[in-house]
Design a protein. Structure first.
Length: 335
């Protein structure tokens, strides 16, 4: 039998402004829809500085950390990580210490997400990409020991809070989407989101199955290839199943990933993506970011043109936030 997510006991804090609105993009539909209605689920409105997809996951992750008696959060990501910024601010809101293990270069003047990390009082250690990639588990262990010696108890949050616990964020978003679909008369849709650490895609994929949504969920990769996301999504879902229903999830889960829109690499976008950021801000008042949402939106527009979504009348783009990542790339907008 399909487990009913509404009756599984998963501790949760109320941190995000939910439900987020589902809005029609009328001019985008006209320009690119080829007869389909294009919608945006405004998860960028889940908070002002906490906004985006990560706070949905952190509601569950941080409830769990608290239940375990932890007073310190250690997590990791790129220097401009939205996940790290949301963790830093949510930690401050809960009176918890936050330590960020960041990958990239020190910035003379902190900008975007890093500026907010500092404001939130997070402790920050920045490592070169090489050192970070080779030593991440050791870096977690190092900082854990550091705080333990001060009598603190640490909870480790994986990249993007994407694991069996964080998955709840987007399982729960599917309950919202079910309501949205009813209200708007959406009968069959394609859902498109950016995928990076895989938790949003995994949560939507599993949530759509659990809530019996008439959709196909597409993750547009911003790094790594489709094979990687097949494995990651399945492994997050398996973790969730182990934790919350004794590993007995009966559903066949088939993740769908589009991996041809990564462009020059993680955090780097081409001129067409920057042009689309300008276009969408002026056309619909929707601000996309060059690391995640603009690449995914670009992918959606290309796939619409190629007929990928022709078998449904509606396409729903999940706006996962990320606006602060736009500011450090302001120079590339001069196109
Ligand atoms: C992290 C992030 C994503 C990707 O979500 P994952 O769950 O890590 O795959 C998409 N958009 C934005 C703005 C993000 O910060």
């Amino acid at each position: 039998m399909t487990p009913d997510p509404a009756i599984i006991d998963a501790p949760r804090l109320s941190l995000a402004c939910l439900p987020t609105p589902l809005q029609p993009l009328e001019r985008v539909s006209q320009r690119y829809g080829r007869g389909r209605r294009v919608w945006v689920k405004r998860d960028d409105l889940s908070g002002s500085v906490l906004g985006g997809n990560k706070i949905r996951k952190l509601e569950y992750t941080l409830a769990h950390a608290r239940d375990k008696g932890c007073d310190t959060l250690i997590t990791c990501g790129a220097v401009q990580s939205n996940h790290c910024r949301a963790t830093a601010l949510a930690g401050a809101q809960l009176g918890m210490q936050v330590h960020l293990i960041l990958r990239g270069e020190e910035q003379a003047v902190p900008d975007g997400n890093l500026l907010l990390d500092e404001l939130a009082g997070a402790a920050i250690s920045i490592y070169s990409t090489k050192e970070y990639q080779q030593k991440l588990p050791a870096l977690f262990a190092h900082w854990d020991a550091h705080y333990q010696a001060q009598g603190r108890r640490c909870w480790h949050i994986p990249t993007g809070a994407s694991d069996g616990i964080g998955l709840w964020g987007y399982i729960n978003a599917c309950a919202e989407l079910k309501q949205d679909f009813k209200q708007q008369g959406i009968e069959r849709a394609h859902i498109v989101c950016a995928t990076g650490s895989g938790g949003t895609q995994a949560g939507l994929t599993l949530g759509a199955a659990l809530y019996d949504l008439p959709v196909k969920v597409w993750g547009v990769a911003v790094c790594d290839d489709a094979d990687y996301f097949q494995r990651k999504v399945r492994s997050d879902i398996a973790q969730w199943s182990e934790r919350y229903c004794d590993g007995s999830l009966p559903l066949p889960i088939a993740p769908h990933t589009l991996d041809s829109y990564i462009g020059p690499g993680y955090g780097k976008a081409g001129t067409a993506v920057f042009a689309l950021i300008r276009e969408m801000a002026a056309l619909e008042g929707i601000v996309l970011d060059p690391v995640y949402t603009a690449k995914a939106f670009y992918g959606m527009v290309q796939e619409l043109a190629q007929g990928r979504f022709d078998d449904a009348d509606d396409v729903v783009f999940i706006h996962t936030g990320g606006v602060f990542g736009l500011f450090p790339q302001r120079d590339s907008l001069r196109i």
